[in-house]
Design a protein around this ligand. Sequence first.
Ligand code: PGA
Length: 256
Amino acid sequence: MRNKLIVGNWKMYGTVKETRKLIFQLAVQWGKRCDGVEVGVCPPFTSLFVARDELKESHLRLGAQNCHHEPKGAFTGEISPEMLSELGCYYVILGHSERRTLFGESDEVVSQKVRAALDWKIEPIVCVGETAAQRESDETEAVLARQLEASLASTMPEDAPHINIAYEPVWAIGTGKTATPLMAQSAHSFIRGQLRKKFGNLADGMTIQYGGSVKPQNAFELFSQPDIDGGLIGGASLDAEAFIDIIEAASSASQR
Ligand code: PGA
């Protein structure tokens, strides 16, 4: 049985003060451990240091939203996996569609980052997903296959237990439009099939999260699908109450 994994992607939201408040609400005021669910939060880089301290006593894990693939060097504005590791990051989101479209990250770059994160014992959350135009022209599976193959080109079977995939249809991110549970399940099952081709039976233990306008209202049904192992949550993770409801929905879905 796979645990569910719920990770908050806070994007470029939250000053240090706001991060502290949100983490206090999640980790101290609430602080419950829900059966069958692992939880992570990915604040902006500037808040990672404080977040690590605030999370110390809790079961919530810390993650980052990106990293460079080199350990150090003349890369102005970049952050290395070693730096994230020093701050106690357990996860790093890689290849998010906002990175791919707004910052020109290719699958090859994502693959280098995935390798670097794994080498630093940080679990990558590798994002894949089709655009609306690609879905309309029936290219979803071809796009997912291509992205998975190229983004995971640097990995080997022994890496499989440490890799998480997030299926995030681009048209669903931040738009309020969610894939229906069946639509998402079909993409997740396809993704697991692709992972099986690469990693064999280890694919059955791999976490495939859904991301794209997950809300307390749609979380339970999405997470109840057999191949949906939790969610990568953007907007709703900035509201403690909504994020907690989503975590609890994942816990209920995991007991089914
Ligand atoms: P959203 O974002 O939940 O706001 O749609 C998800 C994501 O970008 O990871």
